[in-house]
Design a protein around this ligand. Structure first.
Ligand code: ADP
Ligand code: MG
Length: 362
């Protein structure tokens, strides 16, 4: 039996442990399957791992969740005390020395920003805040406030210096937002923490951002089903078999604003300050979680043509792009691993179902 994880669905309540014993014929060692779920970073993180015993599994999972929480205190734009928030408050001032984690995430983000020609841009904070307020008030932000916010946006105004490990926000009022890469990076770090315990057969899912290590015993990989949620029922479901890779979906069914029949996404085009409109679900497979996460957002902004071009320039990356247009459903893909095409995954197979509405506590 294959293991099927739906990319956007959780059934389990917080902190549950499900154990299934699995024999490894002819190898002598027996690994058991353990599963943990905890809320972090405004979503649920789920870890599925194979370990020799429960005590080791519990200890390793605890460390992994603690690491996610530590990263949240570094990267959150919701916590006024986070390292990121402190850095933003210093915008317009001198360069600031930052932690290794933050530097790594900033550097990777700047790389995606350059290569996507600014479609991906972590300095988009001031605009994101306007659109968050718009969602709360259920009213579109006015033109002037968007124009004002746009003046503080631009990845060229974030200058990193690897020597002193500093970040320099050149303009006052700049605000960084790592919402599009933070979960992917946290997934990567979870794999590292667990490897420190000798645990490598792992799947970690932070909402719709998933990273996997080695496959479950006796299998070729982890089976992940990509379901473009809330699109028309005829929207395709793609399943992929992954090991040592990451997969992320951008295109939110939950965090959006609907006014006058138009659906505004929580993903912004930093070049116009406007939220993306319409239904779209962009899934990227990459070697690391931070890349899958960031590139999925970047490709959403770029659209089907340029999005595919961007992904082709990253080795080991693939994309599955679905957009519903008035003229009909547009599905495009490049180097996306092909495993099975299922219209309705077998009901017995999924170990979990992520429903986006469960994910966002904010
Ligand atoms: P999700 O949070 O559903 O996984 P994403 O990974 O696409 O979705 O991240 C979206 C978040 O990234 C937004 O909520 C916002 O904080 C931030 N963001 C929005 N637009 C951009 C952009 N163009 N570049 C970088 N970050 C963005
Ligand atoms: Mg993303």
């Amino acid at each position: 039996m294959t293991e099927l994880i739906r990319a956007r669905a959780f059934l389990l309540p917080a902190l549950t442990v499900a154990v299934a014993l699995l024999d490894l014929p002819g190898r002598g060692a027996t690994l058991a399957r353990f599963e943990y779920v905890e809320p972090h970073m405004g979503t649920k993180f789920r870890i599925v791992l194979y370990a020799p015993d429960e005590a080791t599994a519990d200890r390793a999972a605890r460390r992994a969740f603690d690491r996610i929480e530590e990263l949240n205190h570094i990267m959150s734009d919701y916590l006024a005390t986070s390292e990121l928030a402190r850095l933003s408050r210093n915008s317009g001032g001198p360069p600031v020395k930052v932690s290794e984690d933050l530097f790594r995430v900033l550097a990777e983000s700047q790389n995606i920003a350059r290569r996507s020609d600014g479609a991906f841009d972590i300095t988009v904070g001031p605009i994101v805040k306007r659109w968050r307020r718009a969602r709360r008030r259920h009213a579109l932000p006015d033109h002037e406030s968007i124009a004002n916010a746009l003046e503080k946006v631009g990845y060229e105004n974030l200058v990193l210096n690897p020597r002193g490990r500093t970040a320099h926000l050149m303009k006052p009022g700049m605000e960084l937002d790592l919402g599009a890469v933070g979960k992917g990076y946290a997934d990567d770090e979870v794999l590292k923490v667990l490897a420190g315990f000798g645990i490598r057969r792992v799947l970690v899912a932070g909402g719709g951002d998933i990273a996997v290590g080695d496959p479950p015993p006796g299998r070729k990989g982890w089976l992940v089903a990509v379901e473009p949620l809330n699109l028309a029922p005829r929207a395709p479901v793609r399943t992929v078999l992954l090991h040592r890779a990451a997969i992320s979906t951008s295109g939110d069914s939950e965090q959006h604003l609907e006014i006058g029949g138009v659906r505004y996404s929580h993903v912004i085009d930093p070049r116009t300050g406007l939220a993306l409109t319409g239904y779209r679900s962009v899934t990227v497979v990459a070697r690391r979680g931070i890349l899958a996460d960031g590139l999925a957002t970047a490709a959403s902004v770029l659209g089907s043509e340029d999005g595919l071009k961007l992904i082709r320039r990253f080795s080991g990356a693939g994309i599955f792009y679905v957009e519903e247009r008035p003229s009909g459903m547009v599905t495009r893909e490049a180097r996306f691993p092909r495993f099975l095409r299922l219209n309705s995954p077998t009901p017995s197979a999924p170990t979990a179902t992520i429903r986006k509405s469960d994910l966002r506590a904010r």
